[in-house]
Write a protein that binds this ligand. Sequence first.
Ligand SMILES: Cc1ncc(COP(=O)(O)O)c(C=O)c1O
Length: 389
Amino acid sequence: MYDFDQIIDRRSTDCVKWDNLEELYGDKDLLPLWVADMDFPVAPAISNALKKRTEHGVYGYNLISDRYYQAVINWMKRRHSWDIEREWIVFTPGVVPALSYAVRAFTKPGDKVIIQSPVYHPFYSTIETNGRHVVTNPLIYKDGKYYMDYEDLEEKIDSRTRLLFLCSPHNPVGRVWTEEELRRLGKICLENDIIVVSDEIHFDIVFKGHKHTVFAKVSEEIRENSIICTAPSKTFNIAGLQVSNIIIPNRRLRERFNIELEKDHISRPNIFGQEALIAAYEESEEWLDELIHYIEENKNYFIGYVENNLPQLEVIDSEGTFLLWVDCSGLNMDPEELNHFFVNRCKLALNRGDMFGQEGRLFYRFNIGCPRSILKEALDRIKEGIESL
Ligand SMILES: Cc1ncc(COP(=O)(O)O)c(C=O)c1O
């Protein structure tokens, strides 16, 4: 019913993905499959709600409405079978700011925060810019799939380790962690007094045969030890509206987190973000189900194309997210040569794997949240690029 094949020209909309290429890659004519937003228009209910609010003409201070809270509560219940209470919901203008607030709320300068690399790059910077230390607990890459390394985790923990950032589902490797995997992780963290900040921003886009488990649902003890970061931004392609909800069931942890927000006087979403969230969570599920299907088909198309035409690449079969992690070691290039190859020969703007950690140095991340014709164009460019070597 919805047309995800439609091409919308995003150029000249001050958009990071398409309008920033000259500055970032030195060439404005690249085809961008990098930063994690999608090239699809939003669900009609969202654009209608925004139009209606725009037409009102007065955009003064707003309240967080009951409809907003109820929409979040209903979403968690319907899509994630998670019963939450209204007072657990803390608004922040993004998940990355929430990571930073969590670092400040739950650690002291010089403390250590664990991350599971390769991982979304602001995990590093939110820790480091706050004067804390990153401890990496690299994922294990085995037979084309990624796993958590619990032994390494236990070895790395010491008395200064206070916090762990979990990425669930995992960006960039595309794992949707199983309940069992999460339980094991949660147990180690509980035993060592480590609070878990679970970034679940990608939790709505999960493929057939996989199920997202909200970390706090694993057990009551784990729930009391976790901060769950959620947002409609990736799911409904509204990252520019800057709305996210951090769900903190434990009162003590919530109070500590809120102190950090209060210092910056952050308390509510802007009116457009609020309207968009309500329309997304209350009226756009059908759109989302079709979107997930389309992205899964994009993934299958990508994998099929690579299998048939690009034996030098190996795609890590993702279980969710609109991001694909691709092993490029078969091209026999070092990271700088790979960068040169993708930018100068293929004319593509992608995310280089080493930005997620040195484990990713021979990988690239592709954003497949785009019309299939764009994906085909990108893959054709790689094929031609290899042929021209
Ligand atoms: C795992 C993860 N967390 C957070 C974000 C960004 O969050 P926000 O834009 O809400 O700060 C992204 C965006 O790519 C992401 O992949």
